[in-house]
Design a protein around this ligand. Structure first.
Ligand SMILES: Cc1ncc(COP(=O)(O)O)c(C=O)c1O
Length: 384
């Protein structure tokens, strides 16, 4: 068992037998297993056990993946890319063009772009590069990066408490700003993020700031914007994004970040970020270029989100006005009971999000037909 996993297990009060049990594995999605320190083969084995225990027609609304999948242009490119090119690996022929496409999309230079096999790898690198016992992590609570020594509770509207996080950042190694925040689904304007980042850097210049924009494509609120330019301007400030959500390519394992070359070098040296291959490169370029598909994806997600939120409202359950492809519903009862009841009816919803696991559940948004089927189950489970 890895060191980090042992520490997590201790914190959770679980023995390794408890960890291996089917019910433990089922109750914990991929992100939870990664957080627990499951790696590579172990993670794959755990995920396979998880898949085997789930009915084949279950609807998966648990990991914020995208049930619509990628743009048809991505599928087309993957089918057509000449296989002979795959024989050239050093350097990967289309990788430079992929980095350039990302740079163009963000209006930065290729030297400001870092790629990884999943943005989760960059988050790992960030912790290893910047967080030590004496220079702790500052994160929202709940948020995607957990086990932070300085966990700042979200406010009563479930927004990150930016002022509280700024106050906690003096002498910190890393501040994690998840915008929009997973699991609460709320987002801050670019102007609020910029004020927070500049204040942190003024008060504590050596503190790094990670702006995680995994879900930002889904944000439709006014004033929302990317921290990309801020990341190019300020040392040890960087933004990360993923192809796993709005691009619908979680299975391709692709993510990237934007920052100053020195910042990105520090991340590369801290942790293996994986190597983007030829098929990932051509698929990534096609995905970035298909802006019409992304606009459709945003609108479709919003349509489904509005419908799902109004359905919950009708039966008396509130949730923040989500800016993501998931909602965080106030059940007023433990998420674990809701999760088990839904699972028994073929619907998988998100894991526990302490400290709100006694009151709130996270539900990812699938396709409209998935949500219509799921809503029948939610109503049955919540109204009995
Ligand atoms: C906020 C956030 N950041 C990063 C990730 C990691 O995504 P990936 O490693 O698939 O790119 C996730 C995955 O769920 C996430 O929710």
């Amino acid at each position: 068992m890895s060191l980090s996993r042992r520490a997590f297990v201790r914190r959770l009060g679980l023995g390794s037998a408890g960890l291996a049990s089917a019910s433990f594995i089922i109750g914990h999605g991929r992100e939870e297993l990664v957080a627990l320190g499951f790696e590579d083969l172990e993670l794959e084995a755990a995920m396979q056990r998880q898949r085997a225990a789930v009915p084949p027609d279950a609807i998966k609304l648990s990991s914020n993946e995208n049930l619509r999948g990628p743009s048809p242009r991505v599928i087309e490119v993957l089918k057509q890319h000449p296989s002979a090119d795959l024989g050239y690996g050093y350097p990967v022929p289309s990788r430079g063009a992929f980095t350039q496409a990302l740079a163009t999309a963000h209006n930065v230079e290729p030297q400001h772009v870092i790629t990884a096999t999943g943005s989760g790898a960059i988050l790992q690198a960030a912790q290893r590069a910047y967080v030590t016992d004496s220079r702790p992590l500052v994160s929202g609570n709940p948020s995607y990066m957990r086990a932070a020594e300085r966990s700042i509770p979200v406010n009563s509207d479930l927004y990150l408490d930016l002022d509280g996080m700024v106050d906690a950042s003096d002498g910190a190694g890393l501040v994690f700003l998840c915008n929009p925040n997973n699991p609460t689904s709320t987002i801050h304007t670019l102007s609020d993020i910029e004020t927070a980042v500049r204040t942190i850097k003024r008060r504590s210049p050596d503190t790094a700031v990670l702006i995680d924009e995994a879900y930002i494509h889904y944000a439709t609120a006014p004033g929302v914007g990317s921290g990309d330019q801020l990341s190019v301007e300020l040392p040890d400030v960087f933004m990360t994004r993923t192809f796993s959500k709005a691009f619908g390519m979680a299975g391709m394992r692709m993510g990237y970040g934007i920052g100053q070359p020195e910042t990105l070098q520090r991340l590369r040296q801290a942790w293996g970020l994986g190597s983007i291959n030829e098929l990932q490169s051509v698929a990534g370029i096609a995905a970035i270029e298909d802006t019409a598909h992304m606009e459709w994806e945003r609108q479709e997600n919003k349509r489904i989100r509005d419908w799902t939120l109004s359905q919950f409202q009708e039966i008396g359950f509130g949730a923040p006005a989500s800016q993501t492809n998931f909602i965080f519903v106030e059940l007023g009862s433990p998420a674990s009971e809701f999760r088990e009841a839904c699972r028994a009816n073929g619907i998988l919803v998100g894991r526990d999000f302490p400290p709100m696991e006694q009151t709130h559940a996270r539900i990812s948004l699938g396709r409209m037909e998935d949500m219509q089927r799921a809503m029948e189950v939610f109503k049955k489970v919540l109204e009995t």
